[in-house]
Structure formats: C-alpha cells, structure tokens
Design a protein around this ligand. Sequence first.
Ligand code: ATP
Length: 303
Amino acid sequence: MSLIELTAPAKINLSLDVVGKRPDGYHLLRTVMQSIDLADRITIEQSTNHEQPERIAVITRNHNLIPNDRHNTAWKAAFVFFDELKDPFLEKISIKITIDKHIPVAAGLAGGSADAAAVLVGLNKLYKTNLTIGELERLAVQVGADVPFTMHGGTILCEGIGEKLTPLPAWEDLYLLLCCPNDGLLTAQVFSDYDQADCVNHPDTERVVSAIRSRDLALLASCTANVLQPVSESRRPELKAIRQALIEQGAVLAQMSGSGPSVFGLFRSQVLCQKAANRLLQDLPDDVRIYVCRTTAAGPTEI
Ligand code: ATP
C-alpha cells in the first residue's frame, strides 16, 4: 500500500472555560469538545525522490489562503512523525499530502488540528509503524493544542493546553446547524480581548458532564457557556444575532464554537434542524455559510 485516504472531522465546543494562564502566556482551558461529521479529506501518497525533491509536499484543494509549506499543520504533523521515528527506510521516502478542504478556516472548528491528526493516524497506518496511542498523543501535542482531541474524536473533556483528556460517553447523532460567517477571527486576538474583559460567564463544567452522561439537552443548555463568546460578540455583533436567530428557530442551545466566529444550534431532531436551516438560508446574510451536521464518535477514519 502506498496511499491512504482518511476523513478529518471538525469539532465544536459544547462548553469552554478558561481556568488559568501559564507563565509563558498559554491559557489553561477546561472544555468539552465534540466531533461532528463535517470533515476534510486527507490523502497521503508515497512519491519517489526524483518525482518530488522535498520530503513532505502539501497541496490544499478548495482553499487558496492556507499555507502549503512548513506552516501547514499537516506538514508539521508529518515532520514530527518522521523526526520521532528516525527510521532508515522512512528517511529515504517522500510523501505528498492532499487536503480537500471542507471545514471553514479560522472558524473555531479546529480544521487545521483535524488535518494534523489525520496525518499522524494515516502515516502510522500507511507505514505500519505501530506507534501506541500514547506515543501519537505526545506527537499531537507538539503540533497544536487541539490535535490530541481531534486524533481521538468523540466527546471528551479536555484540560490543560489540550493534553489532558477525559473521554465521556460519545453523544452521537445529535443534529446541529452550524453557521459560519466568512470572515474568520484570530484566536490570539480573542484571547487577548478575553484577558482585558472584566465580566465573565463561566460554564458549570461538572453539570455539563452530567448532562452529557444523561444525554439531557435541556440541562446542558442551562449550565453551559463559552467564556470567549462575549468578547467575540463584542467584536462581531452579528454573531449574537445568529445565536438569537437559532434560538428563535427552535434550537435548544445556541453557542459559539472555540474562539468563533462559528455558531452552532443544537436541535431535538433532524426535521427541526432542517426546517431551521431552510429558514436561516433565507434570513441570514449570504456571507454566512450554513451546514446541517450530526455529532459523531469518530476521529480520523480510513476511507
Ligand atoms: P482552533 O479552533 O484550533 O483555534 P480554527 O478552526 O479557529 O482553529 P484553523 O482552521 O485550524 O482555525 O486555521 C487557523 C490558521 O491556521 C489559519 O490562519 C490557517 O491559515 C492556518 N493553517 C495551517 N494549516 C492549516 C490547515 N491544514 N487547515 C486549516 N488552516 C491551516
């Protein structure tokens, strides 16, 4: 086998709290992340040195602003993988990674992290290197804070800078409407705004976890929050309007994902979710993309 194709699912944050800051400036989070079925598609192919001089080449389809060099998360993941193994056979090969981009970029959906996770899982399978999940997690942390989560997928309480994972019972097949304004938000800017904010609405994470364990959507809606939402909404007031529109259309919970600007609404059924989508397609501005999605237990999966 010299080629592997995988899905790279996005995530939403069912809750997001900031519980501290490290001396180096990293914010310590306590967040429940949830995989959804909106996914990029990653293809990893082996090429010969004579076809391709560079050891790792990345091509991104459907998006022309993502860097295809060492700044691409998929490139970084391949680099740390080869660097870890230092295998004489692998030293000689070159690979080409193709990213079919479907996850909106800089949207709070961890698209870059999902791609990196799929590359780590894919290379481990392609070259039968049998790295354990613990070894892959150690590499994942080196690439980015959300990569350990996106490597596992499902429903997980993530703490620290994303390296401490407590898996929860996967909440599958929950319908959500994802609304993604075209203009992204810079994560670093949102955290810097958060540092200046004086009024913060924290989630009750213990109750969030209970709500997930008992699959109680109403309880989840009553105790969850995303502490970054007020600061992102004060920069981008249209996010609050989207949230209100989702509630008016029957969402049990409407909340921003990550540092935004994506906003999701959770619905009690596929029919209600689709009905809300039809309405919001008419009501929201054209630069807001709308996706009907489902939660999933899957991380990167070979196709
Ligand atoms: P997070 O929720 O983890 O903060 P995000 O969803 O807000 O992430 P990404 O879509 O991962 O943001 O993109 C953030 C930045 O990373 C963008 O500016 C983009 O150019 C860069 N980037 C590098 N590699 C990738 C990749 N494979 N996919 C998407 N963005 C990438």
